[in-house]
Structure formats: structure tokens, C-alpha cells
Design a protein around this ligand. Structure first.
Ligand code: NDP
Ligand code: TDO
Length: 296
């Protein structure tokens, strides 16, 4: 039995990683997050609270459990917050990653993002040049460089616009945000000039497990396979849940601005993950159906 340490375990991806690995008898799961464990199921794994920015806490957590694998999913993930609180973003997304790398020799899988690209000519392959246009994206580039320079075997899984049902939704995602507002009869402004390959959280978790089980090293783009705009996604959600699409106002970058710049056209070419790992993500429509079944 191997020990795997999963950071960010209270987050959207983290909870699905904990579930997926703790169901597999080959793995002893150590989950870590900030503060108390917020997952619905609290058995079948060990949870230890630790602040990723506390170097001593991280070193002692790793010394205690001696994991053979680390999946580093924990991060400051609200791009706008990162733009407004650059020090906190750097501490959490860059320095904390270095603390984990320095404290361990385990196989290290780092979660990164399409926001490392400038969005001028997506969809992107793994060997395309990064050029972040937000501080969040820059923090992930700096963390990726630390991972690539590490002494231990490493992999970087980049993903895009993750969606799904969360135990403890501290943050919404595109499906829950559209569904929640339309169900309450609230109007929403949805952009039609950003392009993404939205990713079902279960598929992302499976992709991470494929990398870990195959000890695959290097960069992998793990995302959905449909290139869509958030407006397309919102229409699909309204249709699937029989909600009132007239509450959706179509907007674009001229009228819709957020504190952090978003790369316009990202999305990933996932051929390498499909070929090398056997990654097989669901379509967006299949993903919505899975979310719908989870919610009923
Ligand atoms: N969601 C998406 O669309 C995308 C996500 N990614 C990347 O994938 C990874 C997982 O994303 P996702 O699950 O959506 O993110 P979430 O924001 O849902 O989860 C991140 C987790 O990290 C935890 N965390 C933050 N700071 C600290 C800290 N100082 N110490 C301990 N834990 C901390 C948070 O704790 P708490 O809950 O207590 O705040 C949270 O549970 C991230 O690295 C993200 O950058 C990449 C592309 C797209
Ligand atoms: C809030 C909001 C978002 N949107 C669109 C913009 C965007 O394409 C999508 C999601 O917007 P958000 O601001 O919630 O998320 P955003 O920060 O754009 O999403 C990012 O999250 C981080 C973690 C990543 O790593 C990126 O891959 C990406 O998923 O929805 C609207 O159209 N209208 C709105 O009012």
C-alpha cells in the first residue's frame, strides 16, 4: 500500500481525489486542507489540517506520513482575489509549492491552469509558450518552474474551467452558478468571447490518477474536449435543467470586466493525455447529465 498526500482536499478537485484514491485499496490517503475537514465522508482516509504557507507544518506533515506521492491541488484559485492580494497569492501558490518540494522526494503532481497562456491563439498544446496575463496565471508559471527544477520525479496537470457538484461550495463553478441564479429568477450577464474546454471534475480526478499510477512525468493537458464559450455552456445548462434562458444577457469584454484579465481564447488540445495516459473525458453534455444525476 502506498501513501498519497492530497493538498487542497476541501476544494472542488481535492474532494474527488480523496474519494477516488480512498476507494482504491492500493492507496493510503492523507488529505490536508486549511482548518477542519469539510468533506461529507470523513472515513477511509486521514485528514490533517495544515496551512500550506507554514513551512514547519508542511515539513512535519510530510516527515510524519512519508508519502510516496503528492498531488498538490491546494491553491488560491480566485483570479480576482489573486490580482488584489498579490502577496497572499504568491505565498500560497508559489512559496507553499516550494515548501512541499523541499520537504519531500515523493512523485510530485502539480495542478496548473490554462491561465498560464495569454489566450491569443488557443486551444493550446503542452509545448506552447506560456505568457500569463493575470497574477494568478503568473503565480502558476512560477510554481511550474519550481516543479520543473525539482529533484524528485514530477508531472504538471494543467486544466480548464472545472465544474461539478461540491460538498462544500465555497466557490461556485459555471454550472452551479448559472443553475443557481436562473432557478432564483435572477438575471445574469454571460460572456460570449471567452473560449474554454470546460472540465468535469470527475474526469480531472481520473486523469490525475492515471498520471500517478503510470508515474508519467512531464506536462499533461487534462480538460474537456468541447471548445465552448461560457454563453454556450450557460445555454446548455438552461436547456438541461429546463430553466429560463431569457434571464441570460449575452455580454463581451467591452461591457463585462473583472479585476483580473482573462485570456480570451484558451482551451486545450488533449491528444497527448489521450494517447499517453488513456485519458477519456466526457462531453460537456454528458458532464451536465452527470451533475444532474448527482443533484437529484
Ligand atoms: N477550478 C478551476 O476551474 C481550475 C482549477 N485549477 C487548479 O486546480 C487546483 C484545484 O482547483 P479547485 O479544486 O477548483 O480549487 P478550490 O479553490 O476549490 O480548492 C483549493 C483548495 O486549496 C485550499 N487552500 C488555499 N490556501 C491554502 C493554504 N494556505 N493552506 C491549505 N490549504 C489552502 C483551499 O482551502 P479553503 O477551502 O479552506 O479555502 C481550497 O480547499 C488548483 O491548484 C487550481 O489552481 C486549474 C484550472 C481550472
Ligand atoms: C462571474 C461571471 C463569470 N462569467 C464567465 C467568465 C469565465 O469564462 C467563467 C468563469 O468565471 P469565473 O470568474 O468564475 O472563473 P475564472 O476565474 O474565469 O475561471 C478560472 O478559474 C481558475 C481557477 C482557473 O484556473 C481557470 O482555468 C478558470 O477556470 O464564467 C460570466 O460570463 N459572467 C459572470 O458574471
Amino acid at each position: 500500500m502506498k501513501t498519497i498526500l492530497i493538498t487542497g482536499s476541501n476544494g472542488l478537485l481535492g474532494q474527488y481525489l480523496v474519494q477516488l484514491f480512498s476507494e482504491d485499496a492500493a492507496w493510503q490517503v492523507v488529505a490536508t486542507g486549511k482548518g477542519p475537514n469539510r468533506l461529507r465522508r470523513q472515513s477511509g482516509y486521514t485528514y490533517e489540517a495544515a496551512d500550506l504557507t507554514d513551512q514547519e507544518a508542511i515539513a512535519s506533515l510530510i516527515a510524519k506520513h512519508q508519502p510516496q506521492v503528492i498531488i498538490h491541488s491546494g491553491a488560491m484559485t480566485q483570479a480576482d482575489d489573486c490580482e488584489r492580494n498579490k502577496d497572499a497569492c504568491r505565498d500560497t501558490n508559489v512559496t507553499a509549492t516550494k515548501y512541499l518540494l523541499e520537504a519531500s522526494v515523493a512523485f510530485f503532481l502539480f495542478l496548473s491552469t490554462d491561465f498560464v497562456f495569454d489566450g491569443l491563439n488557443g486551444p493550446y498544446r503542452e509545448d506552447d509558450l506560456v505568457n500569463p496575463i493575470s497574477f494568478y496565471g503568473s503565480s502558476k508559471v512560477l510554481a511550474e518552474r519550481a516543479v520543473m527544477a525539482a529533484r524528485q520525479p514530477w508531472a504538471i496537470a494543467r486544466t480548464v474551467l472545472v465544474y461539478g457538484v461540491s460538498d462544500d461550495p465555497k466557490r461556485s463553478n459555471i454550472i452551479t452558478w448559472v443553475k443557481g441564479n436562473l432557478e432564483q429568477g435572477k438575471s445574469i450577464k454571460v460572456v460570449d468571447d471567452q473560449w474554454r474546454t470546460p472540465t468535469l471534475v470527475q474526469d480531472l480526478a481520473i486523469g490525475c490518477k492515471l498520471i500517478v499510477e503510470q508515474q508519467a512525468t512531464g506536462i499533461y493537458h487534462l480538460s474537456g474536449k468541447d471548445l465552448m464559450t461560457p454563453y454556450d455552456m450557460a445555454l446548455a445548462v438552461a436547456e438541461h435543467f429546463s430553466l429560463d434562458a431569457s434571464l441570460m444577457e449575452r455580454v463581451n469584454a467591452d461591457t463585462f470586466t473583472q479585476p483580473a484579465k482573462r485570456p480570451a481564447r484558451t482551451g486545450f488540445v488533449i491528444d497527448k493525455a489521450v494517447k499517453d495516459l488513456g485519458f477519456a473525458p466526457r462531453s460537456f453534455k454528458e458532464g451536465i447529465e452527470i451533475v444532474k444525476r448527482q443533484l437529484t
